[in-house]
Write a protein that binds this ligand. Structure first.
Ligand SMILES: NC(=O)c1ccc[n+]([C@@H]2O[C@H](COP(=O)([O-])OP(=O)(O)OC[C@H]3O[C@@H](n4cnc5c(N)ncnc54)[C@H](O)[C@@H]3O)[C@@H](O)[C@H]2O)c1
Length: 332
């Protein structure tokens, strides 16, 4: 039976990946440190969704190599989906060190562990649209230079790609890095705009919008991302030692348009407060997905209207009976 190791298994995308792999009949080992960047109860509840005898969960901080070695003692995964990270652009201006630990040391440790214990494993690592810069051509293409990220978060994700590049060429490991664009959906991330706005609308609180709301995001629905990851794992042998792909819907919407859709879906009218530009945020993110389509014969297909409806259906049920705010950011 194929064994898949998923780092960041208690996270938004990691949990969906675990669920899909278990549904496909695979054995899954999930790793996560369940840190307090946002409410750990949400992370535990995600893990609670993975009720399957083929699922094993281990709490582990991947930035410590010895801890990782002992958490994975005896494991021999065929596929490694490395999705653990300290995410979020804004928080990287508050606590840069946690990004260095989770995203640089953590990624290095996962690759080093793989090199020592299962060099033949197929690696798929989560990167981000944040590796692009304000000067990048639009839509963003994988072969454009990515040497001027505007946030520390982007710099650490780019570092992860470069470390993967070095491991692939030095040790002949097969690695794919996926640059994800604004992923959203049920069991999502409470620090992201769509969640914060939905939460504010339902609580009749003001919506704090950065800049003028005209900034564009290439919102990408979670099920489409999971489908792409699955297809990459099935076709892994077709690619170079280290290959990079964008995963985005390739149809950006303004933040204001996203707010209007949330208002319509939730039947609420928001009190919008415009807060001025945020350092570290790109004005527009827009994925070219030509390379993605060629590689896996698939492109994200769930539009923002349908995707936000699915998120809101889940969110309304999830928050029922819970105190607001659900979100908690605890600086470490
Ligand atoms: N959601 C998006 O829009 C988006 C966009 C671009 C890239 N990504 C990338 O996708 C991946 C998953 O993101 P997500 O949205 O699911 O975020 P998430 O925060 O929900 O999930 C990340 C998980 O990693 C865990 N983690 C963090 N540091 C760790 C450490 N040192 N050791 C072990 N576990 C640790 C966290 O506890 C969390 O559960 C990340 O690599 C992120 O950078 C996400």
């Amino acid at each position: 039976m194929v064994t898949v190791l998923v780092t960041g298994a208690a996270g938004f995308i990691g949990m969906h990946l675990c669920r899909r792999a278990l549904d496909a009949g695979l054995r899954v080992i999930g790793l996560d440190d369940i840190n307090e960047y946002y409410d750990p109860a949400l992370k535990r509840a995600r893990i609670g969704q993975l009720t399957n005898s083929q699922f094993r969960f281990r709490t582990c901080d991947i930035s410590d190599y010895k801890t990782l070695e002992s958490a994975l003692s005896g494991a021999a995964p065929d596929v490694i989906l490395h999705f653990a990270a300290q995410a979020g652009v804004r928080y990287s201006a508050v606590n840069p060190w946690v990004y260095e630990r989770a995203n640089i040391a953590g990624s290095l440790n996962i690759l080093e562990w793989g090199r020592r214990h299962c060099p033949q494993a197929k690696f798929i690592c989560a990167s981000s649209s944040s590796v692009y810069s304000a000067q990048s051509r639009i839509p963003f293409r994988e072969d454009d230079p990515c040497d001027a990220p505007v946030s520390l978060y982007g710099a650490t994700k780019r570092s992860g790609e470069l470390i993967a590049d070095a491991y692939a060429s030095a040790y002949d490991m097969a690695i794919i890095s996926l640059r994800l664009f604004s992923v959203y959906g049920p069991w999502g991330r409470p620090d992201m705009a769509y969640w914060l706005f939905a939460e504010a609308l339902l609580a009749d609180q003001p919506l704090h919008i950065y800049d003028d709301g005209a900034g564009m995001r290439d919102f990408t629905y979670i099920d489409d991302v999971v489908e792409c990851v699955l297809r990459f794992s099935q076709r892994h042998a077709n690619f170079g030692r280290h290959d990079v792909f964008n995963i985005g819907h390739s149809e950006p919407h303004s933040v204001l348009a996203m707010v209007r859709l949330l208002e319509k879906t939730l039947g609420k009218s928001g009190d919008l407060r415009f807060e001025g530009p945020q350092p570290g945020e790109l004005r527009t993110t827009y994925a070219s997905i030509k390379k993605l389509r060629m590689a896996i014969n698939f492109a994200p297909r769930i539009g923002i209207e349908q995707g936000l409806q699915k998120f809101c259906d889940w969110f309304v049920e999830w928050r029922n009976g819970r105190d607001l705010p659900i979100r908690a950011i605890t600086p470490k």
